[in-house]
Design a protein around this ligand. Sequence first.
Ligand code: BTN
Length: 258
Amino acid sequence: MELNVKKIEENLKTAAIGRQIHYYEQVTSTMDVAREMAEGGAMEGSVVVAEEQTSGRGRFGRKWVSAAGEGLTFSVVLYPGVWAVSRLTIATAVVVARVLNRGYGLMPGIKWPNDVRVNGKKICGILVETAFQDDQVRYALIGIGININQSPDLLDGEMSSQTTSIAYEVGHKLDREEVLQAVLLELSYVYSSLEEWSTVWADWLKAMEHLGENIKVLWGDRVEEGIAEGVDNDGNLLMRRKDGSVVSLAAGEVTFQV
Ligand code: BTN
């Protein structure tokens, strides 16, 4: 069923994000459409949502596949300060985790830096793309893909042992509008108070999986192995190598393996 975005816009008319929602049946990627809109000076907090993406993308050039009409795939146009950019991924992961917990009773974990998982399976992916000019942020786009009503066989075949959906976890189908509105509302709240970071930060640390465990990361063409010791204020992962040295890994550059 088509998403009624007018109703959500009405309910979010005083929120920072979601006052304008552009709805499409099919796009290449909501990131492409959001980028064009940002280049054209779209209002901050504009949202692009599509039923189907023909080239949905994830981090490191991976594909994001979502059956039409079953999940939510959307992007948000923002114009943050430079200082805020490194917080966007973390903030968004916390927002989605809060919505899944408060609205649906799930206990999500976050696999650093940006996979939201339930029972060890990915339920949401987040992609932040930023354009800079002369050390200033021209715009930042937050792309969010959430598996909502997919049954396991509709989830990407190869990945079905590693992915799940909200419906699968709670045992019934959901109203996608309700989830979209809840995420946009919480994101508005968190984005508007990004300077007050401590509660987001605390939720992130609580949800973060694999702290204290032995992990492997791919860093360019290098593989680093060590213990995940924590994260610093910018969201970098701190890993202690076997020789005792600690390396700080930036989210944009590393693939995390368990
Ligand atoms: C990842 O897990 O690597 C990130 C996946 C991000 C997917 C979302 S779906 C909406 C937006 N449009 C895209 O093409 N990608 C993001």
